[in-house]
Design a protein around this ligand. Structure first.
Ligand code: GLY
Length: 334
């Protein structure tokens, strides 16, 4: 591939340089753009960003950062708030069940060293984000599933409990009267909590936790616990996480894509928009589901974008807390 053609293809002509082109087979023909890589002296200020309007979760993560704890501590603490909240019916305790009435949880966590831990199809444990961290820190593995993940959690001291609240049970019983599987955009389809944080040392970590799509088939796992899809962190570049229809995020490896686009010089906003457009381009039924992304780069700049309006992002940094509706593909297309 000629260098000029490659630059046109990547819409980066104005930058004149492109990095991380290995996947495009152009490595030998491009220069590395290091502009996004902050030096050790240029630490960004601590911050946290999360998918959806989750004030208690970002407050907790921010407080944790203020105690001079690490970004990974902030992520775990913040995600646990939503996992414990029965009113959040897409995460942890109170999460909506699969079509057989079982609450099955997925979560992952990734630190600034590139370490990663994940649990999929975990039942009866309220805090999958903490189990994921234990997988990362206490095992030689990165991903544990089902009964084995539960056994590991119990061995680590987690308690087994019933996660199906009366409210979620009642709604599921109502749903079984028709068993009509049509996830509702922005409600059942849905509010996975993805969170990214930068600590006082300028290190980035992320986490993602969900009960998955309401009334999914038994055994279904989405993007949230899968590295590169629901979450990806590269401490030299930035991080991204996803919410919404996991199947579409998985098919485009969305979070990894966003980080790699930032590596090539896109801003977090441009990278989120391009990842959403990738889904829209590939799936003509894109109006039937929601996907939202958030991202942060090494300088602490953020981006957020979704297919449908209705997606919300929450940030907390020294200047205060900000919950806002980012742009969306369908609104822009109006
Ligand atoms: N985004 C979470 C899921 O699809 O399960």
């Amino acid at each position: 591939m000629k260098r000029r053609k490659f630059i046109q293809n990547t819409s980066l002509g104005s930058l004149g340089v492109v990095a991380g082109a290995t996947a495009l087979g152009c490595k030998s023909e491009v220069e590395k753009d290091t502009s996004m890589i902050a030096s050790k002296e240029q630490k960004p200020a601590p911050m946290v960003i999360a998918t959806w309007d989750v004030p208690n979760a970002v407050n907790k993560a921010w407080e944790t950062l203020q105690e001079n704890k690490s970004a990974i501590d902030a992520i775990e603490a913040g995600c646990r708030v939503e996992e414990a909240d029965a009113k959040n019916q897409s995460v942890g305790y109170g999460g909506r069940p699969d079509r057989d009435g079982n609450v099955t949880l997925d979560a992952c966590i990734m630190n600034s060293e590139g370490d990663y831990g994940s649990v999929v199809y975990l039942q009866g444990i309220k805090h999958p984000i903490s189990v994921a961290r234990k997988v990362m820190e206490e095992t030689p593995h990165v991903l544990m599933a089902g009964a084995g993940a539960q056994q590991f959690a119990l061995e680590q001291g987690f308690e087994k409990e019933n996660l199906l609240t009366e409210q979620s049970k009642k709604e599921w019983e109502e749903w079984t009267k028709t068993s009509n599987y049509e996830p509702v955009i922005n409600i059942e389809n849905h509010d996975t909590i993805g969170m990214l944080a930068i600590d006082k040392d300028g290190n980035i970590s992320g986490g993602c936790t969900t009960s998955g799509l309401a009334y999914k088939m038994a055994g279904r796992v989405g993007d949230s616990p899968i590295i590169g899809s629901g979450l990806f962190v590269d401490n030299e570049i930035g991080a991204a996480t996803a919410t919404g229809m996991g199947e579409e995020v998985l098919k485009t490896v969305g979070s990894f894509l966003i980080v790699e686009l930032m590596r090539q010089g896109r801003s977090p906003q441009e990278a989120c928009e391009e990842a959403v457009e990738r889904i829209v381009t590939k799936n003509p039924n894109y109006k039937d589901f929601q996907v939202g992304y958030i991202a942060v780069n090494k300088n602490g700049e953020t981006g957020a974008y979704s297919i449908h309006p209705g997606f919300v992002a929450s940030e907390y940094r020294e200047t205060g807390k900000n919950t806002y509706a980012p742009g969306s593909f369908l609104k822009n297309a109006e």
